[in-house]
Design a protein around this ligand. Structure first.
Ligand code: PRP
Ligand code: URA
Length: 210
C-alpha cells in the first residue's frame, strides 16, 4: 500500500479552520469541498489516460484524454458525500457509485447499509472518498468490497487519519494495489475511537446530528 500525505501549506491552513469547533456547517462544507479538490490533484496523479489527436489553430498535435473505462468515484456515505463535488470538479467524466457505511459507536465495527455500484469492477480505476480514517475499519471494508468486485487499482482519499488506523488498513490490505492520499496524519485515537486532535464527527459537522 502506498501512502501519500499532502502536506501543502494551503491544505494545512484550510484544515486548521476545518478543525475549529467554532466553524459553522456552511463553512465546514465549503472547506471539505476545497480540501478535496486540492487532494484530488495528488490523488489522480496515476489516472489512466490515452493518446488523442487534435488540431490546434497552429498545427496538429497529440495530447491525452481520460481513458475508458472511465474512473469510478465512490464516496462513503454520509461524510464522503461532502467530498464528492470537490472530486467531480477535477474529474467530470468519472462515474459515481455509492457505499453507505456506519460505524457502531460502541463496538467501532462498520456495517454496510447501502450499495449502488457496478457488479463488475474489473479494469476500473476506483477512487474512494471518506474524510476520516480512524480505526480504519470502514475504509478497509469499503476497499475490500471493491476488490471483491474485481477492482485492481484503488485510491482512497481521506482528509485526516489516525496512525493506528492507517497501520490497520496497511496490514489488512498488505500486498494489494492500493494508494491512500491524506491531508494529515494526526496524533492518535482516543478511547471512543475519535481522531485526536481531529475535527470531531465529520458527518455531524457536515449534515447535523441524526
Ligand atoms: C465516519 C467516517 C468514516 C468512519 C471512520 O463515518 O466518515 O466512515 O466514521 O471510522 P473508522 O475508521 O473507525 O471506521 P460514520 O460511521 O460516523 O458515519 P457517517 O459518515 O454517516 O457520520
Ligand atoms: N468518525 C469521525 O467522523 N470522526 C472521528 O474522529 C472518527 C470517526
Amino acid at each position: 500500500m502506498r501512502v501519500h500525505v499532502a502536506d501543502h501549506p494551503l491544505i494545512t491552513h484550510k484544515l486548521t479552520v476545518l478543525r475549529d469547533v467554532n466553524t459553522p456547517s456552511p463553512i465546514f462544507r465549503a472547506l471539505v469541498e476545497e480540501i478535496m479538490t486540492l487532494l484530488a490533484y495528488e490523488g489522480t496523479r496515476g489516472v489512466r489516460v490515452e493518446p488523442v489527436d487534435i488540431v490546434t489553430p497552429v498545427a496538429p498535435t497529440t495530447g491525452v484524454r481520460i481513458a475508458d473505462p472511465k474512473p469510478l468515484i465512490v464516496p462513503i456515505l454520509r461524510a464522503g458525500l461532502g467530498m464528492l463535488d470537490g472530486m467531480v470538479k477535477l474529474l467530470p467524466s468519472a462515474e459515481v457509485g455509492f457505499l453507505g457505511m456506519a460505524r457502531n459507536e460502541e463496538t467501532l465495527e462498520p456495517t454496510t447499509y447501502a450499495e449502488r455500484l457496478p457488479e463488475d469492477l474489473s479494469d476500473r480505476q476506483c477512487f474512494v472518498l471518506d474524510p476520516m480514517l480512524a480505526t480504519g475499519g470502514s475504509l478497509t471494508a469499503a476497499i475490500e468490497f471493491l476488490l471483491a468486485r474485481g477492482a485492481t487499482d484503488v485510491t482512497a482519499i481521506c482528509i485526516l487519519a489516525a496512525p493506528e488506523g492507517l497501520k490497520a488498513v496497511e496490514e489488512a490490505l498488505h500486498g494489494r494495489e492500493v494508494t491512500v492520499v491524506l491531508g494529515a496524519v494526526d496524533e492518535r485515537l482516543n478511547e471512543r475511537g475519535y481522531i485526536v486532535p481531529g475535527l470531531g464527527d465529520a458527518g455531524d459537522r457536515l449534515y447535523g446530528t441524526v
